[in-house]
Design a protein around this ligand. Structure first.
Ligand code: FES
Length: 109
């Protein structure tokens, strides 16, 4: 169930996403990949790899990066940028954790 609080949308319980894993969040404007990173924080980026659209939520999470499951590009979860030598970028979304739940900031510009 999704609860809307201002523009923050509850998308998961913290306990649902173990460290170093991710899941897809389906929104009206497209799929977003939500990750529990190695630094203990949650990050959200577009689910489509900038290379050929691979599902990033199914990638391997390491530190604050995810490796795309299709051709192993590595994306920085904080910036959405591909690590060199690859080039590309996905959108990032603000995430907050409150009372054991994970919220995504959706809408806006
Ligand atoms: S689609 Fe992600 S590395 Fe190719």
């Amino acid at each position: 169930m999704t609860t809307v609080t201002d523009e923050w949308v509850k998308v998961a319980e913290v306990a649902d996403i173990p460290p170093l894993s991710g899941r897809v969040v389906r929104t009206k404007s497209g799929d977003i990949a939500l990750f529990h990173a190695g630094d203990g924080n949650f990050y959200a980026i577009d689910n489509r790899c900038p290379h050929k659209g691979g599902p990033l939520s199914e990638g391997i999470v390491h530190d604050c990066h995810v490796t795309c499951p299709l051709h192993n590009w590595v994306l920085n979860l904080k910036t959405g940028e591909a690590e060199a030598p690859d080039e590309g970028k996905v959108a990032t979304y603000e995430v907050k954790v409150k009372d054991g739940a994970v919220y995504l900031k959706l809408g806006g510009a």
